[in-house]
Design a protein around this ligand. Structure first.
Ligand SMILES: [Zn+2]
Length: 265
């Protein structure tokens, strides 16, 4: 068995991570919502980077049309119509057996998301629908949990880091999700596998920055199209009347008054 020093040598000499950052990663936990294209790349990169605990949630089974971009699965999994969360956990264990992987074969909805984010340091969006993204947004803002939005359709994708109480949330950008059927999906518009890898890698970089405690407070929606060779960073402000931030800022404030009120009295 290799030592930690051997395994993570390239991170240990990297000034942005180093020994202190590597220790923080080992002590960290992340929830990945979705074990498809984005979630597969995110999970593999985080496991290889030595993040201590990964919680995966996905209710799907592996299909042949998944194989071009869902790197945790192979032809045996598609033939067996294997459970994604289970196969992902087995693959991640083979990659880095020190990582504790919790696989949940479930649909994420309002009734279970609070239990899923309990005990994790951040949440990565690897879903394929806005309904679940807005649910992640609202629950993460409510509990002050950083989360990283990511989406890909066709050859382009978007990424945004949400730091509750600090920067804008998804509802600051767009108060309500697009109506069902209004936004193109990968099923109708297709998706470029390399674009999925780039968006997931960008999300993972933000996750590693947050988990190692590096400054990660930029308020930008990143828009990338590797096929066109384009990259844009759109500055996003916290919306004064954001239905999500306003409500939870009020709750934060009340809690702080409660916390500090008694010691100051
Ligand atoms: Zn907001």
């Amino acid at each position: 068995m290799s030592s930690e020093k051997d395994r993570f040598q390239r991170h240990l000499v990297l000034p942005e991570i180093g020994a202190a950052g590597q220790q923080k990663l080992a002590a960290s936990a992340a929830l990945i919502v979705g074990c498809g294209g984005l979630g597969g790349f995110q999970a593999e990169l985080l496991a290889r980077a030595g993040v201590g605990r990964l919680r995966l949630a996905d209710r799907d089974r592996v299909d042949w049309s998944n194989l071009p971009r869902q790197i945790l699965y192979d032809e045996r999994d598609a033939a067996a119509h294997a459970v994604k969360a289970e196969r992902a956990a087995a693959r991640l264990h083979a990659i880095n057996s020190a990582v504790v992987v919790e696989a949940h074969e479930i649909d994420v909805f309002a009734g279970n998301i609070e239990a899923l984010i309990d005990g994790v340091d951040l949440v990565l969006d690897a879903t394929d629908n806005f309904e679940t993204r807005y649910l992640i947004n609202d629950v993460c803002v409510k509990h002050g949990r950083p989360w990283i939005y990511g989406g890909v359709v066709g050859t382009s994708g978007m990424v945004m880091l949400v730091l509750p109480g600090v920067g804008p949330c998804l509802r600051c950008l767009l108060p309500q999700p697009p109506a069902p059927g209004a936004a193109p999906t990968t099923a109708t518009a297709g998706v470029l596998n390399a674009a999925v890898a780039i968006v997931a890698a960008w999300q993972t970089t933000l996750a590693l920055r947050v988990l190692t405690g590096a400054p990660a407070e930029e308020r930008c929606l990143i828009s990338i199209d590797p096929w066109q060779g384009s990259f844009r960073a759109l500055h996003v402000k916290r919306a004064e009347h954001c239905p999500c931030c306003v409500e939870h800022d009020f709750v934060f404030l009340q809690n702080r008054v409660r916390q500090f009120g008694s010691s100051e009295a």
